[in-house]
Design a protein around this ligand. Structure first.
Ligand SMILES: NCc1ccc(-c2ccco2)nc1
Length: 331
């Protein structure tokens, strides 16, 4: 089996997140979910939510699906790195992404979501594509869509082709040679943390020398920005006129008309360059001439994160073989 589905920016001006249409149940209910390689719960806005917590999202109504079955006495609760959270109960139902169907997929129904989820009206839930060890369902943890689909897939892979301010794709079960140039460089993945954790071989700022240094981090489609060690941030923002680390805005900001260098990171001998346009991320508030950087410090996170700002500069292969690996190519 294979599948292919769109990755659509939730906001026309800034790539805050990407959503992908999925079908759940019988007859199919279509929701737009945030595919997140940084977590492993598949949860949706549901008919169990109080109306006060829904603001335009599409909800999943298990009662309207003839194939939905309650997973009795199972619950879940998750808190993300950005402080958002949700919790609820669990059904199993048919789950289809771009023509690829998993029967009896655990669909975690929200009974409560935090205000930041309520405020994001274009996200109807998340599809965790991390390792199933991170799933929060108790008393029996559940498998991700990828783990359920893998045995039926032509190849045990999914790929991310995210794009800057435009629609990209997630492919399941195959690698589309038309989506990248040159070769794919694969590096090992450490699955123990439960994320797609790999080691980058170093970085360069603009046209500067490449600094060979191991950077352990995660490939996270569910995080907007890139979070790296402070020393790398200093090296980058010292090249940006008027850049400063702002306590007010919680990170590096700079005048929106400042000239930004690109940022290159290493994957083995290969190099991926993030264009400067991806790093001038967004005005700190609507209409402001102060912009928030797409590269920020990981010092408060305890983990380096290659989020969408980096992923959209590449074609990325999440290879779920034994052992799993991650592949990066230019495009
Ligand atoms: N890294 C997972 C993730 C994805 C989306 C969100 C989100 C969307 C709106 C508010 O919070 N939070 C965490």
């Amino acid at each position: 089996d294979t599948g292919s589905a769109a990755a659509i920016p939730v906001n026309p001006n800034y790539d805050i997140a990407y959503v992908t249409p999925v079908s759940i149940g019988t007859p199919p209910q279509t929701l737009h979910l945030d595919f997140d390689t940084g977590s492993s719960d598949l949860w949706v806005f549901s008919s169990h939510l109080p109306a006060s917590q829904i603001r335009g999202q599409t909800i999943y109504v298990p009662a309207n699906s003839s194939t939905a079955k309650l997973l009795a006495d199972h619950t879940w609760s998750i808190t993300y790195g950005d402080g958002s959270a949700s919790r609820g109960n669990v059904y199993v139902d048919n789950f289809t992404v771009g023509g690829l169907t998993v029967e009896n997929q655990a669909v975690q129904c929200a009974l409560q979501v935090s205000t930041s989820f309520t405020r994001e009206s274009n996200i109807d839930g998340l599809v965790g594509l991390g390792f199933s060890t991170l799933n929060t369902v108790v008393p029996k943890s559940q498998l991700t869509f990828f783990d359920n689909a893998k045995p039926h897939m032509d190849e045990p892979v999914f790929t991310a082709d995210l794009k800057w301010k435009s629609e990209g794709t997630y492919d399941f079960g195959f690698i589309d040679e038309k989506k990248y140039t040159g070769k794919i460089t694969y590096v090992p993945v450490n699955t123990s943390p439960g994320y797609w954790t790999f080691t980058s071989s170093g970085y360069a700022v603009g046209s500067g020398n490449f600094s060979a240094t191991s950077i352990v981090g995660i490939a996270d489609t569910g995080t907007s920005l890139v979070y790296l060690p402070p020393s790398i941030l200093t090296a980058y923002y010292r090249q940006v006129e008027g850049a400063t680390s702002s306590r007010t805005y919680g990170g590096y900001v700079f005048p929106c008309n400042s000239k930004l260098p690109s940022f290159t990171f290493g994957i083995g001998e290969a190099r991926i360059t993030i264009p400067s346009s991806y790093i001038s991320y967004a005005p700190v508030t609507a209409g402001s001439s102060t912009c928030f950087g797409g590269l920020q410090s990981s010092s408060s996170l305890g983990i380096n994160i290659w989020g969408d700002v980096a992923l959209k500069a590449a074609f990325v292969v999440f290879h779920g073989g034994n052992p799993p690996t991650i592949g990066w190519a230019k495009k």
